[in-house]
Design a protein around this ligand. Sequence first.
Ligand SMILES: [Zn+2]
Length: 124
Amino acid sequence: MYELTVESSFSAAHCLEDHSSHCGRLHGHNWTVGITVTGDHLNAAGMVVDFVVLKQAIREAVAAFDHRYLNELPPFCEGVQPTAENIARQIWGAVSAKLAAYAGVTVKETRVAESPSAWVVYRP
Ligand SMILES: [Zn+2]
């Protein structure tokens, strides 16, 4: 099995409603996002999937959040807190949809870091 990982980043504001600490106040992060995909088979070019495809998929997924106030965006405006956990799951879904056309390629996990010392890994 092969595992391929690409990273991207976005900057955005959020606040965690009803949170008693400083996270309940409006603030921002420079999030780093990684996706890892797996596959068993190589195509004629000797790749599971081209890194160009993966980088485009992650860039498109994070573009929806970049320089935005996350609490105003679906699903975060619909009662889902804009936590790193929920952001990771959202990005997993967006990237998985973009890569659905590539047979045998599975999005194993997404990694969302709020800082160099705090991150979440989502594995469905
Ligand atoms: Zn925060």
